[in-house]
Design a protein around this ligand. Structure first.
Ligand code: UDP
Ligand code: MG
Length: 319
């Protein structure tokens, strides 16, 4: 890889009006230090605040492109929209809230420019998030390691670098519900990770309430494995076996202790029935979740729709 590889930064933005100015200031000074040709692709993911007009004001710089999406499609879909326009050899994604310090970008570029790795992930040193975010993350990291069979330790940090062909392969597979760091390991042969700093959100609040977080993680698990189905299957088998054993036990006890004893067991059976019915509903829920996702894939609705691409040319025209 030549030392003059072009770098594309892809940044999803959703209601980040308090952060974008600071973000751009820090990115631009870092990129000047790196001294490579670069572009910044800012994807407005249907922000309801002033983010879009702030972003558009940056299109006076030729290296900045702003993608305006029609509505809010979610962080990963927004990054995909950004991927569709990248021209660089090395693509770096990061969050707009400055939790991923732009000053860490040179580290990623350095590893990429050494020429060996296709994907560089990151591990957040002393993560600045609430326990409510860190604990599920730990669990999901273990699950993701199992389902992707790739030994990365921090899947949630979006400050990551990809070589261009990896991004092209990801775009070509047209996945809907997806999780980019996991998908990238399917298309990048040589994968590594480095430690990076993590900061508090600069301004505003997280756009991931519990509901969105669960949904994202279900996307991850369901699009990369049939783990929940397996749980269902094995759980079902064990439950059925347990039921048979229990039936045999009840029959035997009835023979030994007589009818009176058995009648007293009726309520126990009711309790067991309720547990089983509950589990069954849970199982149906999981099946329903898969069917819902199949339905969405079958409809072939685009994952995102670009309203307009803003760049230097058109801001001149509108003046
Ligand atoms: N984001 C987005 N669309 C969404 C939610 C989030 O583009 O629907 C962006 C957001 O602007 C930020 C990044 O994704 O740049 C991470 O979001 P956030 O900081 O809210 O998540 P957290 O850091 O709490 O995981
Ligand atoms: Mg954040």
């Amino acid at each position: 890889m030549s030392s003059q590889s072009m770098i594309s930064l892809v940044i999803p933005v959703y209601n980040e009006e308090e952060n974008v100015n600071k973000l751009m200031e820090r990115i631009r000074s870092v990129m000047q230090i790196i001294g490579r040709p670069y572009e910044i692709i800012l994807v407005d993911d249907g922000s309801k605040d002033n983010s879009l007009s702030l972003l558009k004001s940056f299109t006076v710089y030729p290296e900045v492109k702003v993608i305006e999406l029609v509505r809010n499609y979610g962080q990963h879909a927004a990054i995909f929209a950004g991927f569709s326009l990248v021209r660089g050899d090395i693509i770096v994604t990061l969050d707009a809230d400055l939790q991923n310090p732009p000053e860490e970008i040179p580290k990623l570029v350095k590893v990429m420019e050494a020429g060996y790795y296709d994907v560089v992930g990151t591990i957040r040193k002393s993560r600045k998030d609430s326990l409510f975010r860190i604990l599920p993350s730990k669990l999901i990291n273990i699950v993701t390691r199992r389902i992707t069979k790739v030994r990365m330790s921090d899947w949630g940090c979006m400050l990551r670098a990809y070589r261009r062909p990896v991004v092209e392969r990801m775009i070509a597979c047209h996945e809907h519900a997806t999780f980019i760091p996991a998908l990238a390991t399917y298309f990048g042969k040589r994968v590594t990770e480095i430690e990076v700093a993590h900061e508090e959100r600069y301004g505003g609040i997280t756009s991931y309430p519990l509901r969105k977080l669960i949904n994202l993680h279900f996307d991850l698990v369901s699009s990369f494995s049939d783990l929940p189905m397996k749980f269902l299957m094995y759980g079902g088998i064990w439950m059925a076996l347990g039921g048979v054993c229990f039936g045999v036990f009840l029959a035997a006890a009835r023979l030994v202790y007589g009818a009176l004893w058995a009648a007293q067991g009726v309520f126990t059976l009711f309790a067991i029935l309720f547990v089983l019915v509950g589990l069954q509903f849970f199982a149906f829920g999981i099946v329903g979740e898969y069917i819902g996702r199949i339905y969405r894939e079958v409809r072939k609705r685009p994952e995102y729709v670009i309203e307009k691409v803003h760049s230097l040319g058109d801001s001149e025209k509108s003046q």
